[in-house]
Design a protein around this ligand. Structure first.
Ligand SMILES: Nc1ncnc2c1ncn2[C@@H]1O[C@H](COP(=O)(O)OP(=O)(O)OP(=O)(O)O)[C@@H](O)[C@H]1O
Length: 706
């Protein structure tokens, strides 16, 4: 009976990450977890670090659970080993359902927004594009799977022949048993061998097709994501995007493989075996047709109850994970407040709750398993009882009864497979649809194409003319209003002003992270919308911001990120210009020093100087410094400022500054308020005016004296 609800999903079951996330986003413990997985653009990967730590913690917990007597507390792991393959299959089902919950949660979309957004459509033509290159292997897999299914139908009949030979020998005892049995036995053996070969063949082919389709999808999706506008990343959380690349494609791949292999086999076997059953004994088949649906129905009910229980248990596990994630993610704060004990208590409380829920789930699975076994055995018993009566009445041979039993088992397994496959197919289609949604997206700002201004004639003059702008995610809020500004060639223009006034937005528009709603930005009199974007960003505009983001590779690679083809000598020269060479060479590994995730092993000032070197190596005509020194202490600021002074020479420079002391030497200082320039001039001119700028200076001095 139990097998009605089980199939060999474990073979193709998706390999799930061991960490799980809460479905409910409103609990106190999950808030921070979600924050950790919904990083801002400046903090994406560091925020995932604690997540990794928790994954490891969870892995260890699971390993420990397997080793310890408390193994039984986590039925998903432990019962698989204790209760054997049948439970393993149901666990696979239950856990694959739970994993589905995880996929939902990882999306990180506000619940209300997610509810409003219609689910993406599954586009078969996109799938076809991925499957087409694997068509040969796919057709091969389908043919082999079909052949294996046909053999599966034949095997019960041959088993019956074999039993008939045995029964005949027992009755007559006159013939040569070995001689009689060897022909059908060898035939059956050959059939088993052939079936094994066919099964291996189609699994190999199908896994090749599945893996290649998934790899192609991942590469195409990643390329598509990288091509998207910055506005796209404003609107979509990193966790959601990574989830599509990983969990959704994994889910789709598993479903794809499962539906083709198991689906084809199960449908063929069910139909074929029913015909066999009917041919063997119409009476027994009639009985089966009455009993089977009742048992399937009862099993489905209990199964759905257990799945619900499993989901609750997993949500609780996720809550516990959330507590650990939060504590490990903020470990410095925890330690600073000596809150280790409290965090441990919080974690222990959640873990114990999850332990209780999992124990209940384990008990539920155990009862289900027991009932299934009883039901299954009753079916066998009932078949033998009814079949025996038919044999006694000479309406059936013992071999036929054997064939009937084996064929009915095959039908049971196939029906179980089909019921699970249906759910898997629905999940696969929705995962695929989520992946395809992003594949089909076209960026509104193309990365390449357009003209380039010859380097020798490029002066680096920039004009912002009548720029109005609202961020696409907040169309009702106008950040820039008829904004006009000129950056003369080789001059330094600074923008200062109140927080939220739109200063960084000006820099973003110059980088063409967004296009203005109206107005135009001209480079040497050419609208930058007509220029080749990869040329503009890659060679013309250098950008250094407050929190430089480094990659977890070597210093050499980080600087070379600005110009991949740069020689070592160029890298070193850029580092010298950025005041970084001396501290880099003081490290034991010099330029080969690995900076750690996002550069955690470097100080703020060191990171900033590497970022300056990275920007300088491409020798940009225009340099944008967005609060480049505001996060540094006085000493680091001095060293970095020295580097910046050198870096800005001979370039058009736009400085966005908080600390007014750093921009006093600028050729032009513009004060911005409410999306407009309200005052402009040199430091001395503005001071003598006694307007906004002098007020800003006065306020900053007053703050400095506090
Ligand atoms: N990606 C974004 N999506 C939507 N709104 C944004 C985005 N970035 C900034 N804003 C909004 O645009 C306005 C201007 O922001 P901007 O960062 O340009 O100001 P700022 O003058 O640089 O501020 P600060 O000095 O505090 O850095 C603010 O109201 C801000 O909330």
């Amino acid at each position: 009976m139990f097998q009605f609800f089980c199939c060999r999903v474990s073979i193709n079951a998706p390999v799930r990450p061991l960490y799980l996330f809460p479905r409910c986003k409103k609990t106190a413990n999950t808030g921070n977890l979600l924050r950790l997985y919904t990083p801002t653009s400046n903090a994406s990967s560091s925020s995932q670090q604690p997540g990794n730590a928790v994954k490891r913690l969870w892995c260890l917990t699971r390993k420990a659970a397997l080793r310890s007597p408390r193994t039984s507390k986590h039925p998903g792991v432990a019962l698989k080993f204790i209760l054997g393959p049948a439970v393993l299959t149901v666990s696979a089902r239950l856990f694959s359902r739970v994993a589905y919950c995880e996929a939902d949660v990882n999306n990180n979309i506000p619940l209300e927004a997610a509810a409003k957004k219609p689910p993406p459509e599954f586009k078969w033509h996109i799938l076809w594009e991925f499957v087409k290159p694997q068509l040969f292997a796919l057709v091969g897999a389908v043919v082999l799977a079909f052949a294996a299914a046909i053999l599966n139908i034949k095997i019960p009949l041959m088993l019956g022949d074999l039993v008939n030979v045995v029964a005949q020998y027992l009755r007559e005892q006159t013939r040569n048993y070995i001689q009689e049995i060897s022909a059908p036995a060898l035939k059956l053996l050959a059939l088993y061998g052939l079936q094994g070969l066919l099964t291996s063949g189609y699994i190999i082919l199908l896994s090749r097709v599945g893996e290649r389709v998934a790899a192609d999808m991942r590469k195409t999706l990643f390329a598509s994501l990288l091509r998207q506008d910055v506005a796209f990343f404003d609107a979509n959380k990193t966790g959601q995007l990574v989830n599509r690349l990983t969990a959704d494609i994994q889910e789709f791949k598993s479903s794809f493989k499962l539906v083709i292999s198991q689906g084809l086999r199960s449908v063929t076997q069910t139909a074929g075996c029913f015909v066999s059953l009917y041919i063997i004994s119409p009476q027994l088949t009639g009985l089966t047709v009455v009993v089977l649906p009742c048992l399937v129905g009862a099993g489905a009910l209990i199964g759905s109850f257990l799945r619900k229980l499993s989901r609750l248990a997993q949500e609780q596990v996720a809550k516990a994970t959330g507590v650990a994630d939060e504590a490990l993610g903020n470990v410095r704060t925890v330690k600073a407040f000596a809150m280790e004990e409290r965090e441990l208590q919080l974690y222990a409380y959640e873990v114990d709750k999850s332990c209780d829920l999992n124990e209940n789930l384990g008990a539920g699975i155990a009862v289900f398993q027991g009932l299934s076994n009883v039901a299954l055995n009753c079916i066998v018993l009932g078949t033998i009882f009814a079949g025996g009566t038919l044999i006694a009445n000479k309406e059936m041979s013992p071999g036929d009864l054997m064939s009937f039993l084996v064929a009915s088992q095959t039908v049971q397994r196939s029906l179980a497979s089909i019921s699970i496959l249906f759910g898997q197919m629905v999940r696969g289609i929705s995962s695929g649809a989520r992946v395809f949604e992003y594949l089909a997206l076209k960026p509104s700002i193309p990365l390449s194409g357009g003209r380039r201004i010859p380097y020798h004639s490029l002066t680096g003059r920039v004009d912002f003319t009548n720029i109005s702008f609202s961020y696409p995610t907040r169309p009702g809020h106008q950040v820039l209003k008829k904004f006009n500004l000129t950056l003369p060639p080789c001059k330094t223009v600074a923008i200062v002003g109140e927080s939220g006034g739109g200063k960084s937005t000006v820099a973003s528009l110059l980088e063409r992270f967004y296009d203005p709603t109206s107005g135009a930005i001209m480079l040497d009199g050419v609208d930058i919308r007509t220029l080749d974007l990869s040329w503009l960003r890659g060679q013309i505009v250098g950008f250094i911001n407050q929190e430089p983001v480094l990659f977890g590779s070597s210093i050499m690679d980080n600087i070379r990120f600005g110009k991949p083809e740069a020689t070592d000598a160029e890298v070193i020269y850029a580092a010298e210009q950025a005041n970084a060479h001396r501290f880099i060479t003081a490290f034991p590994d010099g330029y080969n020093t690995i900076v750690g995730e996002r550069g955690v092993t470097l100080s703020g000032g060191q990171k900033q100087r590497i970022a300056i070197a990275r920007a300088l190596i491409k020798n940009p005509t225009i340099l944008v410094l967005d609060e480049a020194t505001s996060a540094l202490d006085a000493e680091s600021e001095r060293v970095v400022q020295e580097a910046l002074d050198r870096a800005t020479r001979g370039r058009t420079v736009l400085i966005i500054a908080h600390r007014l002391s750093t921009i006093q030497a600028a050729d032009l200082i513009c004060v911005m308020s409410n999306g407009r320039i309200v005052e402009a001039g040199t430091h001395l001119e503005l001071l003598s005016k006694g307007g906004f700028y002098s007020e800003l200076i006065r306020r900053q001095r007053a703050e400095g004296q506090k």
